[in-house]
Write a protein that binds this ligand. Structure first.
Ligand SMILES: Cc1ncc(COP(=O)(O)O)c(C=O)c1O
Length: 384
């Protein structure tokens, strides 16, 4: 065991020297915005619970009722006995929101991307991924065993060049991008990407983890700005604005059926607990019923960027790029001393030299606290 422990401690020392060692910090979420951490009560600007639905009374009641009726776990893969009838309702609802024929729900967003991409692309295929796309898109792309290329962030011309050079040598091509970028908060140019995909007989998939519920009237980034871009493949997660857990793909009935037959992360992984499925359905009810409420996180983020003179927010996510890891951590400590939780994000989650505070705005954040945070950020974080 000596060499195993030596290996682990050497790796950890290396991370420590580079200010990249991570620790798990116990965090008790009291409600949608307040947390208790290290004996302190902090107002969190770091949760992805954009609509505070994790603590919504209707959502909790639906989950609690399902828990009492159906127990804690699903007992097996969906392909065996884990396919609770509530799944059909959730999938119908997701397909309706996204405007597709069908949907399939996976155990998480990470599992969805890891499973979907290898079903569509094999050894002879090509995957083109935005350089700032989420880590699990790269994981799924590697699992496909096809050729994986990255294009510069939101650079449609660069993607066009790559397609012109490489498309002909591959049987199929898949373009994948975040719809809302998780660490930057900006939106992908989905209409342009879709047109380019069609021109090169490539398939386009957006990962709308941070779009569903909060942009495009709650329907996500393919509905942003009041225009609908009919993407063939829309994946996302139920763990952010929906406040539950699980990933999904919305697509045509044929594609969804293929996923049910071939996606290894669906077939060989246990179904979600029925209570989580019930909670997700109740959360989608709120999102569909209350578009004004769904619009609040982006409104609050825009207010913050206006007060701080940062580029205007396009989503509830606002990055404050600091640069060095140590400086980002010290900015986070400064804000914590003032009662705010703003978690620092370091490489490899973000590119080298762009360590940042990633702020997330939610429907319940009081405007007065946003103003106080903006003042601190303007005068004590950005001024340095
Ligand atoms: C863009 C993006 N895709 C996928 C995921 C993974 O989703 P999940 O947390 O449901 O595994 C996340 C976040 O964790 C994300 O930000």
């Amino acid at each position: 065991m000596q060499s195993l422990d030596d290996y682990a401690s050497e790796k950890l020392d290396n991370l420590q020297r580079r200010h990249l060692r991570r620790t798990l910090t116990e965090t008790m979420r009291e409600d949608g915005i307040w947390v208790e951490r290290g004996g302190r009560r902090l107002l969190s600007f770091s949760c992805n619970d954009y609509l505070n639905l994790t603590h919504h009374p209707e959502v909790k009641a639906a989950a609690a009722a399902a828990l009492q009726l159906y127990g804690t776990g699903s007992g097996a893969s969906r392909l065996v006995t884990g396919n609770h009838p509530l799944y059909a309702e959730l999938e119908t609802r997701l397909a309706r929101i996204k405007g597709t024929e069908a949907a399939v729900v996976f155990g998480s967003g990470y599992l969805a991307n890891s499973g979907i991409i290898p079903v569509l692309i094999g050894r002879e295929g090509l995957v083109l991924v935005d350089q700032l796309a989420h880590a699990c898109i790269f994981a799924g792309s590697q699992l496909s065993r096809g050729k994986v290329l990255t294009f510069r962030h939101n650079d449609v011309a660069h993607l066009a060049d790559l397609l012109a050079t490489h498309r002909a040598q591959h049987d199929h091509a898949l373009i994948v991008t975040d719809g809302v970028f998780s660490m930057d908060g900006d939106l992908a140019p989905l209409a342009e990407l879709n047109a380019l995909a069609q021109a090169h007989d490539a398939w386009l998939m957006s990962d709308d983890a941070h779009g569903l519920g909060v942009v495009g009237g709650g329907r996500g980034s393919s509905f942003a700005g009041g225009k609908h871009v009919a993407l063939p493949l829309q994946m996302g997660t139920l763990s952010k604005a929906v406040g539950a857990y699980g990933g999904y793909l919305c697509a045509s009935a044929h594609v969804i059926d293929l996923m049910r037959n071939r996606a290894r992360t669906l077939i060989y992984s246990t179904g979600l607990p029925p209570a989580i499925v019930a909670g997700a359905i109740a959360a989608l009810d709120v999102i569909e019923r209350e578009p004004d409420y769904a619009a609040l996180p982006v409104q609050k983020a825009k207010n913050f960027t206006r007060l701080t003179n940062l580029p205007g927010a396009q989503s509830p996510i606002v990055p404050i790029v600091i640069g060095g890891e140590e400086a980002a951590m010290s900015a986070a400590r400064l804000l914590a001393d003032e009662g705010f939780l703003a978690a620092p994000i370091r490489p490899p989650t973000v590119p080298e030299g762009t360590a940042r505070l990633r702020l997330t705005f939610t429907a319940h954040h009081p405007d007065t606290e946003i103003e106080r945070l903006a003042c601190l950020v303007r005068e004590r974080v950005l001024a340095h």
